[in-house]
Design a protein around this ligand. Structure first.
Ligand code: MN
Length: 431
């Protein structure tokens, strides 16, 4: 029988956070910043658990790490520590394992989620964004090269670029429309607010122990370096991007803001939802040896991802957000392990708390696009339930990502929300 928690809201079939999930985050409550674990509609304060002796018997360094204000020290400790902590927390919250005395000690350490403010879970030293969806790469490539959408390197090299960590914000922050330089057709370039603001539906991978500079990470060991996953919205200014991206790739079109969801779902929690890695069509090259995983039969994760958009008008008329895209993480051409191993394959050091993002996750079918740019080929513009049309985002639009894994006989585990609302450009910037 599936595990159940003595916290009623954790057993609600609609919750993202049953006892099988136990994602980590950093929250602020009554001026205190703490590491917590989401359970139903509550947060368990891990610092308080340590203070109350509920983590007794776990290694000192582990107990010390959960009392910090960011997750980096816990991330650095690696899989044995993560598993030990996870089983202790599960035992404290388990309806069958926790006796009434334990419940009485744990209960006062729970904080209602709606009374806490979530913060960035880690000090993110470096952020790298990939391009791992072949469906996204093909659809976007078609806009520029209808006869030859995929470049010759795509099936050999996991394509990526270095993003910017300083402008990563946690879900709920407003996103100011960026200004930038653009050129329309052959006219003179000009500077002003982006007219082609887009979202990108992605999954983020938080690095655990990582590697020393000069050393590689073998593909068979890649997942030992993954602390957990979150949602990422890699906001993009398409007009700025198309003018600036050659020859060095994305720059100001991407680095003005990136939103992440606050809860990091441990890879261990996603274990039951592992599936085979993407099956390369006949005729595609096999990955080079250093990227060929002995675990490719479980290289994928069956994680459904959804994009919802709500205009200001929809909010004012209490219209439910519109589902604009639904994809799946298992559709990626490269596994998250391959992205990590490739990143370290030249000896580049990955550090605890670094963030990798998959790139826009899209499926093959209409309705599975992970960004608005990919819907440009449609004959009709996107219609919101309010009747408003969209090609790109308008000021006041709120974009929300959700994700969940589900399977017969197990409760659904979810990622919570990754949301951001577009606000108008800073007029003082416009020259
Ligand atoms: Mn991206």
């Amino acid at each position: 029988m599936a595990l159940r928690s003595w916290i009623a809201s954790a057993n609600d079939p609609a919750t993202d956070f049953p006892i099988q999930n136990l994602p980590y985050g950093v929250f602020c409550h009554r001026q205190q910043t703490r590491i917590g674990v989401a359970i139903g509609n509550q947060i368990l304060d891990l610092h308080a658990c340590a203070d109350q002796g509920l983590l007794q018997g776990l290694p000192d360094e582990l107990v010390k790490a959960v009392c910090e204000m960011r997750l980096n020290p816990l991330m650095s400790l690696g899989g044995h520590s993560w598993s030990a902590l996870r089983s202790r927390l599960s035992a404290l919250l388990n309806a069958d394992a926790a006796d009434s005395q334990t419940r009485d000690r744990v209960e006062p350490l729970l904080i209602a989620m709606n009374e806490a403010t979530m913060q960035l879970p880690a000090e993110i030293g470096d952020y790298t964004d990939f391009y791992a969806s072949i469906h996204h790469a093909t659809r976007v490539g078609k806009l520029f090269r209808p006869d030859n959408p995929l470049l010759p390197n795509y099936k050999y090299v996991p394509i990526g670029y270095h993003g910017r960590a300083s402008s990563i914000v946690v879900s709920g922050n407003e996103i100011r429309r960026p200004c930038g330089q653009t050129r329309i057709a052959a006219a003179e370039p000009f500077f002003g607010p982006s007219q082609s603001l887009d979202y990108e539906l992605e999954v983020g991978v938080f690095i655990g122990p990582g590697n020393t500079m000069g050393q590689r990470i073998e593909i068979a060991e890649a997942e030992q370096h993954i602390f957990g996953l979150c949602l990422v919205n890699d906001w993009s200014a398409r007009d700025v991007q198309s003018w600036e991206y050659q020859p060095l790739g994305p720059f100001l079109a991407k680095n003005f803001a990136t939103t992440i969801s606050p809860w990091i779902v441990p890879l261990e929690a996603l274990g039951p939802y592992r599936v085979a890695a993407f099956e390369r069509p006949a005729g595609d090259p096999a990955p080079l040896n250093y990227l060929a995983s002995p675990l490719s039969h479980l290289g994928g994760i069956d994680l459904t991802l959804e994009v919802y958009v709500e205009s200001r008008q929809m909010r004012q008329t209490a219209t439910a957000p519109a589902l604009l895209g639904r994809g799946n993480l298992s559709d990626l051409y490269w596994t998250i392990g391959q992205l990590l191993t490739h990143h370290a394959s030249n000896g580049c050091n990955l550090r605890p708390g670094d963030l990798l993002a998959t790139g826009t996750i899209s499926g093959p079918a209409e309705g599975s696009e992970g960004c608005l740019l990919e819907m440009k080929h449609r004959a009709e513009p996107i219609r919101l339930p309010s009747g408003e049309a969209r090609t790109f985002l308008v000021d006041g639009d709120r974009v929300t990502f959700r994700a969940y894994s589900q399977k017969e006989g197990l409760p659904r585990i979810g990622f919570g929300e990754c949301t951001g609302t577009i606000v108008g450009a800073d007029q003082a910037q416009i020259l």
